[in-house]
Design a protein around this ligand. Structure first.
Ligand SMILES: Cc1cc2nc3c(=O)[nH]c(=O)nc-3n(C[C@H](O)[C@H](O)[C@H](O)COP(=O)(O)O)c2cc1C
Length: 222
């Protein structure tokens, strides 16, 4: 097989990739709120209004009992005092959280030149919160969630299809049912860092650390 020596390499392509939008908003640490969750909500609403696709998609990092890390994208459902997402407690992430509840979350909104990083403890929410999350999902998403264990290997695609069809029939017959493993988790934040690109090549970083009921603030060198 011949290769074109003059063709740009992946390394070249990555260097050429589009940079974030030059007209990004500013972050002024001097006027930032005392509670970082207020700023998180502000940034999320601004991202929604700016039309950022899936701004609620966040990376959730966990570790297993041996300390091996894993990360995946989940959807943020809400931010009150805590950051909410939902998944199966029997999934790899659910089992990891059970043995080590310390997790990290991150958001990246390229169009806004913004990143938010969160560390904290993931705690299962109430059964009512979990049920409410499950029943608000699209019936097909509910069927997928109950047909087979999340992240299990598909040994037989035909059997998996049948399991999905059966699950969908059960969901359609009982709209209020919710499996015990479906869990609305809340992440209690211990630290929240805001990262804002500027129209120059520098960035503004502001980290909040929780101290009991209040938060300390520090600007970080980029
Ligand atoms: C945009 C996006 C949103 C997702 N949202 C969720 C979610 O809210 N909950 C969930 O369990 N998995 C969600 N997933 C799938 C996860 O990334 C992952 O594949 C799955 O949860 C299995 O992870 P685990 O094997 O580490 O437990 C999402 C994936 C993407 C790309």
């Amino acid at each position: 097989m011949s290769t074109d020596e003059s063709a740009p390499t992946l390394r070249d392509r990555l260097r050429e990739a589009k940079a974030p939008h030059p007209d990004v908003p500013a972050l002024d640490p001097d006027v930032a709120p005392a509670d970082p969750r207020e700023l998180v909500r502000e940034w999320l609403i601004e991202a929604v209004e700016a039309g950022v696709p899936q701004p609620q998609a966040m990376t959730l990092a966990t570790v297993d009992a041996s300390g091996a890390p894993a990360s995946r994208v989940v959807l943020l459902k809400d931010v009150d005092d805590d950051f909410w997402f939902a998944s199966s407690s029997l999934s790899p992430k659910g089992r990891q959280i059970e043995v080590e509840p310390r997790v990290a979350l991150s958001f990246f909104w390229s169009e806004r030149g913004r990143q938010i990083r969160v560390t904290g403890r993931a705690v299962p929410g109430s059964r009512e919160a979990s049920r409410a999350d499950f029943t608000s999902r699209h019936p097909q998403s509910r069927a997928v969630a109950v047909a087979l264990p999340q992240s299990s290997v598909i040994a037989d695609p035909e059997e998996a299809r049948r399991a999905l069809d059966d699950a969908r029939s059960r969901i359609d017959a009982d709209q209020d049912s919710a499996p015990d493993d479906w869990t609305a988790y809340r992440v209690e934040p211990a630290s929240i860092e805001f990262w804002q690109a500027t129209s120059g090549r520098d960035q503004v970083r502001l980290r909040y650390d929780r101290e009991g009921d209040s938060w300390t603030r520090a600007s970080l060198w980029p």
